[in-house]
Design a protein around this ligand. Sequence first.
Ligand code: SAM
Length: 247
Amino acid sequence: MRIDIVTLFPGMVEPVLGASMLGRARTRGLVDIRVVNLRDYAEGKHRITDDYQFGGGGGMVLKPEPLFAAVHALSTEGARVVLLDPRGRTFTQKVAAELAGATHLILLAGRYEGVDARVSERLAHDSISIGDYVLTGGELPALVVTDAIVRLLPGVLGAEGAAERESFSSGLLEPPQYTRPEEFEGARVPAVLLSGDHARIARWRRVQALWLTWRTRPELLKDVDLTSDEQRLVERFERGERPELTE
Ligand code: SAM
């Protein structure tokens, strides 16, 4: 998979892409990530990329020409162009999985007061927001999107974790995890995790995941296929009971 990040601030993006799992995925050739300086596609002596907005209102807006020129130069067949935009559809694990299926993504990072609307209307296939808050630019959102996608690509996650067990993949939050020591400042690791009984451990994890999701993100449960036993368990949580949590 190839991901191009088009930005006015390559220096903000490059160090993150070189570190840890993203860096390893790149050196192992599992993903081809290119950082593209938008200014390289701006014309004129001063290579201007922004301008005042029509109709008044403070702040500058990214001009359409350099963004269109960059996308036209970078595009390959099937490339998907994504504008990072607080007004876009919300980025979730599901969206990450969907985008991970693309062969080539071109991520456009906005700046200042935003981006000329013709970019979302005529150039981008998709606009994505990483949450209901406004950042100064699209660089951090582009990195968030890139990170979430790359760790889903085949071969990227080694023994560190299987993406399908993690929060949101099953629709539930991930259950609690423990490592050594077995006892820390009087707090013991739940005995079931030391039992070696894989069926019991799986059951305990599922109940914990249900409980955690019900307690902190109950709206997620409506999209999860619960067995009738699990449905009954959730009804007991709702009645204030705490069954099967301490085992
Ligand atoms: N004036 C815009 C508004 O109110 O919607 C905000 C512009 S913001 C200061 C500048 C750029 O940062 C945006 O064009 C976008 O690329 C990026 N950005 C800021 N917050 C974002 C978010 N939550 N998700 C995705 N991109 C974001």
